[in-house]
Ligand binder design. Structure first.
Ligand code: G5P
Ligand code: MG
Length: 215
């Protein structure tokens, strides 16, 4: 099904909850353009832009980058995109949510509610193709050839912020800075929560919800 009318959605959830995995399934199934704040920041680090160099230590330490920096980056990319889109990893603070609200009206917030214990186990076995943001997992969705991206054959890497200590800091940042955003959207009546420990069990519910929403 390809989206016919303007539709803007955000995928939220703690680090490692499956935002990237679910976003790529939504993109494939519904043809929505996907923008991930983390992929965008990592692309800046990879190509050594001034912004990437400045933000690197924040990201490697598991802290959020400043609101004004990320809001400017995302809003300027959204202006270049199609009118319908799917955001992943932004907004992550109430101030970012207000900045997004000032520019666009969002139809729905899909929140992936996955227990922290499940997340810690996943992230240490994640492998990423940095140029595309495609993610693999040695247990859950291994690449066809170990260490190589299925599409390009290029090498996969482990993210610098996927060490157990940094994951703990990222989860803490999520609790203190991002959980209040859920309340913000709940009060606007657009928050939908999908709970579970396995993406393959959560996904059919997300798919059914979006099919209903878009039909
Ligand atoms: P990111 O890049 O947005 P996070 O921490 O929010 O990073 P992350 O780590 O990218 O989120 P995800 O996208 O939610 O996780 O999850 P994923 O990659 O799809 O899945 C995680 C792993 O689990 C993968 O290996 C996947 O294959 C596997 N998996 C999925 N489902 C299952 C399953 O059912 N079972 C199993 N066994 N495995 C599964 O942000 C990074 C940093 O950038 C900065 C911050 O510093 C942040 O820490 N940043 C921002 N700062 C300020 N404001 C913002 N808006 C920012 N956005 C990014
Ligand atoms: Mg991600």
């Amino acid at each position: 099904m390809v989206v016919q009318r303007i539709f803007r959605a955000v995928v939220m959830g703690p680090p490692g909850s499956g935002k990237g995995t679910v976003s790529s399934r939504i993109t494939k199934t519904f043809g929505l353009q996907h923008l991930s704040s983390g992929d965008l920041l990592r692309a800046n680090i990879e190509s050594k832009t001034e912004l990437g160099l400045l933000m690197r230590s924040c990201i490697d330490n598991g802290q959020l980058v400043p609101d004004d920096v990320i809001s400017r980056l995302i809003l300027s990319d959204l202006r270049r995109m199609e009118t319908s889109w799917l955001l992943d990893g932004f907004p992550r603070t109430v101030s970012q949510a207000e900045a997004l609200d000032g520019a666009y009206s969002v139809d729905t917030i899909i929140n992936l509610d996955v227990p922290f214990q499940t997340i810690k186990e996943r992230l240490t076995s994640r492998w990423t193709h940095l140029p595309s943001g495609r993610v693999y997992n040695t247990d859950f969705n291994p690449p066809k050839v170990t260490g190589l991206d299925d599409v390009t054959g290029e090498p996969l890497v482990q993210r610098d912020d996927d060490t157990p200590e940094t994951v703990t800091r990222r989860l803490k940042a999520y609790q203190t800075q991002t959980e209040p955003v859920l309340e913000y959207y709940r009060s606007k009546g657009i928050l939908v929560i999908f709970s579970g420990t396995e993406t393959n069990k959560i996904w059919p519910h997300v798919q059914a919800f979006l099919s209903r929403k878009l039909s």
